[in-house]
Design a protein around this ligand. Structure first.
Ligand code: UT7
Length: 349
């Protein structure tokens, strides 16, 4: 069995910076509220006409591929994590294959929201370990700005999210002292509707009973996305923020400890923890619970907001570019998000 190394890493964030004050033009919010509750000062929004989830992912991928000393033609599998695909189908993986003029390789799309990158990394790790593939491109990319409710009704969600992408190239390690040590994935589907975008969707189920009345009045073609659904803002993400927060501050430390225990290591052994960037207060809770110092945790939510599947690879890329992640460092990635899903990956860089 081979261990898997991250041979190259890249990130892409759009040029357009949107400050908290900019958002005040659309909704009743304030810089003070957003910074105090989330730590966010600004986020990036993709260009409306030229940038998509795929184009951002491709830009991050180009950098990762070059840094890995490879070319797009060397890649033999793509894993693309996103909650905001360019199309309902097909997924962003095949669009990446086309954009980078890659061989007719396999492309897999992962739908695990904020945990998407950790899930995708875990899948890629298994393929490398088994010897099936030698160069896997893993991308996390999300374009939130196209689909947020910018009225006051949606302010608890809309101020948090930003656009961006991160990518890595996975390869087999030359020796087994470096690379991904273990990955750990979890979900709790009981909470699926607490952080979700309900429509467009094919559901017609128990929890939306009240909506059946709308279906009765809808034309057949409208059932997938009716005017009533739009009136109820069901085409925008919904989040029960406090419930998500409470679960995240329990599950993230739990899955970090799970990764450490599996490898007979302790929190003090961590050189850098890269938590999913959902809320600076969540990261601070996690840091405190694990007894980590400021130099053991990397946060950049202040500048990018929550970029869901892109948040961990963007933060990891920045930490590496700044020399805060060095060869042989013990790095832990930990995520929590919609599903609920959560997970961790422990690696020797
Ligand atoms: O990445 C996926 C995982 N996501 C997360 O981990 C997010 C977890 N949750 C959170 O980060 C926090 O719950 C939020 C940042 C979303 C919200 O912060 P909170 O401290 O939990 O606020 P809240 O939702 O309990 O709302 C408190 C008050 C409410 O007003 P009232 O009812 O007390 O008068 C909200 O209407 O804050 C109000 N509020 C706002 N005020 C100004 C909510 N959003 C805003 C806003 N600006 N943007």
């Amino acid at each position: 069995m081979f261990r898997t190394i991250i041979a190259g890493i890249g990130k892409y964030v759009p040029e357009n910076i949107v400050t908290n004050s900019d958002l005040q033009k659309y909704m009743d919010t304030s810089d003070e509220w957003i910074q105090e509750r989330t730590g966010i000062k600004e986020r990036r929004y993709a260009d409306r006409t030229s940038e998509t989830t795929t184009t951002m992912g491709v830009e991050a991928a180009r950098i990762a591929i070059e840094r890995a000393g490879t070319t797009p033609q060397d890649i033999d599998f793509i894993i693309f994590a996103t909650l905001s695909p360019d199309y309902y189908f097909p997924g962003c993986g095949v669009l990446t294959q086309r954009a980078l003029k890659m061989k007719e390789i396999g492309a897999l799309d992962v739908r695990n929201q904020c945990s998407g990158f950790v899930y995708a990394l875990s899948v890629g790790d298994q393929y490398i370990r088994s010897g099936m593939y030698k160069n896997i491109l893993v991308i996390g990319s999300d374009k939130h700005s196209f689909g947020l409710d910018f009225s006051t009704r949606g302010r608890n969600v809309s101020v948090i999210f930003g656009d961006g992408a991160g990518a890595v190239v996975l390869q087999p390690a030359e020796d087994d002292t470096r690379g991904i040590l273990s990955t750990h994935l979890h979900c709790d589907g009981e909470s699926a509707e607490l952080l979700a975008m309900y429509n467009p969707g094919t559901h017609a189920n128990h929890w939306l009973d009240q909506q059946l009345a709308d279906f009765d009045n809808a034309e057949i073609g409208e059932m997938f996305m009716s005017h009533a659904m739009i009136d109820k803002a069901q085409n925008f993400p919904f989040m029960d923020g406090p419930s998500v927060f409470k679960k995240a501050v329990v599950k993230i430390p739990e899955t970090v400890m799970e990764a450490l225990d599996t490898n007979s290591l302790r929190p003090s052994d961590i050189d850098m923890l890269i938590p999913h960037q959902a809320n600076l207060r969540i990261s601070q809770f996690v840091q405190q619970k694990l007894g980590l110092g400021d130099d053991q945790v990397y946060n950049n939510i202040q500048r990018y907001g929550n970029t869901t599947s892109a948040s961990i690879p963007i933060a990891l890329c920045e930490a590496w570019e700044q020399g805060k992640v060095k060869e042989r460092d013990l790095v832990c990635l930990a995520s929590f998000g919609s599903g609920f899903t959560w997970g961790s990956a422990l690696l020797r860089w």
